[in-house]
Design a protein around this ligand. Structure first.
Ligand code: 5AD
Ligand code: SF4
Length: 559
């Protein structure tokens, strides 16, 4: 019998990539995907735990499924990702609707668990619920897996190996790209996990220790994506610039080179003293992908850690035209006292020194190649005073980001900050600081945007703009009838994780607003006839920038 899956992804780009890999596997097992949750036999949520708000969204989605499960007991519900890892048993106690629970370190097991759950559904359903001690226990029909627990168990190597197989088995084919028509951008993971243990952050607990994928696996994936039509690759890692693979220390299992544990990095901006034939550094990796896979016309990477960014990397970016002039380098705070409490490992002065060094190497507006930087900030971290906050405002003013992601501190159980520091900044104060920082950043964003007015730039057209998509849904309802072309519009930025499928009348001639991006990650809105969607989306075109607001540029296609 055909099984249809509804999969919703929350959170970061890592989660988007995980969802893509899992979907590929499930497709190959015969599952079909639907955007309609009510029509699905299997509902999967790929979850995020970074802030409480992200978790709450999942809780409410699961709550909505309670009634449906009563009327449709064959429904299978799975929770993947960071919430599954962090909240394991608690989640099952609170939400008996959940059948499958898989942390980010065990995603490779999801297909077999799901297959098993679906296949044995009927017989298992006839088993009685087990309860005890007044607390409902997990019933026999619930198949839960939890704890990638690279931290907690000695199975790191095993978990990493099987995860590597999930990455390696990524299904990439031209049909795949066609299906996602217009989609010419892909993520490629280069490191997993994080060793930084910033005191507010759950990631080292949910995703485990930092490991680095073998460079040949990464190159091969890039090549296969390029062969399938991908022209933009974004390399992913929590601290992507820490990438380093020592070939002498490589371990092979069953003929497959295994990912390698992150070693503590020498730090600073010195070149890696051991770089050479036996080590692939981040700079080497960028150079290799650029040179060996020229069909990738844009090579980007996120997220960079502000320390440990060598001049060698900056030089490679400068000297290789297809590497984008865009860095996402979170600072988190402008107060040295708070940076210390956050365990960030640098002071504001070092951060600014890094930005100055990056701009000295890479900011070349005179040849049409400026550098844009974006940041992340947390406001209302425990003990944050007005003075600390003003230091953050001052950093934002000095750093001249093109945009910043600003978050109110959210205490996360299991983190050092949660255990040791009271969440003592009132919500109202967090809100005021959040709004003030947003306003400061908006003025800077607008100023940076204005510098583009009159400039010509290559832009990658990604699909309809968010405004256009809303307008279409409002005016046309869901989809048009026959004679349609399908267009996938990739969500931009964090939070809008899912691809949105729309259909456009092939004969539709009215104007539509498209969204494109420069190689410095500036969003450019373009008005073009809707009928050109198929021809334009997924291509790089020349545009002239005509206007700028704090959020976006406006442009017109030339040539
Ligand atoms: N509270 C608020 N923001 C957080 N971030 C990470 N953990 C927390 C937290 N507990 C933010 C950081 C990070 C981004 C991905 O999320 O700014 O860079
Ligand atoms: Fe979290 Fe810090 Fe690692 Fe980023 S570097 S994932 S904020 S622990």
């Amino acid at each position: 019998m055909p099984r249809t899956v509804y999969l919703e992804t929350f959170g970061c780009q890592m989660n988007e990539l995980d969802s893509e890999l899992v979907s590929g596997r499930l497709r190959s097992l015969g599952y079909a995907f639907t955007p309609d949750r009510d029509a699905a036999d299997v509902v999967l949520y790929n979850t995020c735990s970074v802030r409480e708000h992200a978790e709450q969204k999942v809780w409410s989605r699961l709550g909505e499924l309670k009634e449906r499960k009563l009327s449709q007991p064959s429904l299978v519900v799975g929770v993947m990702g960071c919430l599954a890892e962090r909240d394991g048993q608690d989640l099952i106690r609170r939400m008996p609707v959940v059948d499958i629970l898989v942390g980010p370190g065990e995603l490779d097991k999801l297909p077999s668990l799901l297959d098993n759950a679906v296949k044995t559904r009927e017989s298992l359903l006839s088993e009685p619920e087990v309860t005890g001690g007044g607390e409902p226990l997990r019933s026999a029909r619930q198949v839960a897996l939890q704890g990638s627990a690279s931290r907690r168990s000695a199975t790191l190597a095993a978990a990493a190996d099987s995860l590597e197989m999930l990455d390696l088995s990524r299904s990439i084919s031209p049909t795949n790209v066609d299906e996602m028509s217009g989609r010419r951008s892909a993520y490629v993971r280069i490191t997993r996990g994080c060793n930084k243990f910033c005191t507010y952050c759950v990631v080292p607990f949910t995703r485990g220790a930092e490991i680095h994928r073998p460079p040949d696996h990464i190159l091969d994936e890039c090549r296969r994506l390029a062969d399938a039509g991908v022209i933009e690759v974004t390399l992913l890692g929590q601290t992507v610039n820490h990438y380093r693979f020592e070939h002498g220390a490589a371990v092979t299992v069953g003929g497959v080179v295994q990912p390698q544990k992150g070693r503590s990095y020498a730090g600073g901006h010195a070149r890696d003293p051991f770089a050479g034939a036996n080590v692939t550094t981040f700079a080497d990796l960028l150079r290799r992908i650029h040179d060996e896979v020229p069909a990738i016309r844009r090579l980007r990477f996120v997220t960079s850690y502000p320390r440990d960014f060598g001049d060698d990397v900056l030089e490679v970016i400068r000297d290789h035209p297809r590497i984008c002039r865009y860095l996402h380098v979170p600072a988190q705070s402008g107060s040295n006292r708070l940076l210390k409490l956050m365990n960030r490992g640098y002071e504001v002065e070092e951060y600014l020194e890094f930005l100055a060094r990056a701009r000295a190497h890479l900011h070349q507006p005179e040849i049409g190649r400026p550098l844009e930087v974006s940041g992340d900030f947390i406001v209302g971290f425990p003990t944050e005073t007005d003075e600390d906050f003003e230091a953050t405002v001052s950093l934002v003013e000095r750093a001249r980001y093109k945009n910043s992601f600003i978050f109110k501190y959210s205490p996360r159980p299991g983190t050092t900050a949660f255990d040791r520091l009271a969440d003592d900044v009132p919500e109202a104060v967090k809100r005021v600081r959040n709004n003030r920082l947003l306003a400061v950043q908006a003025a800077i964003s607008q100023e940076r945007g204005l510098a583009y007015v009159g400039v010509e730039a290559d832009v990658l057209i990604e699909g309809f703009s968010a405004k256009e998509r809303k307008r279409r849904v409002r005016e046309q309802g869901a989809c048009g009838a026959g004679g349609t072309v399908e267009l996938t519009v990739r969500g931009q930025g964090r939070g809008s994780a899912c691809a949105i499928d729309e259909e456009v009348e092939a004969t539709e001639t009215g104007p539509a607003q498209f969204s494109a991006r420069t190689d410095t990650d500036m969003i450019v809105l373009l008005d073009q006839p809707a009928s050109r969607a198929n021809e334009l989306v997924g291509t790089i075109r020349r545009a002239r920038i005509t206007a700028a607001s704090a959020l976006t540029l406006t442009g017109e296609l030339i040539g």
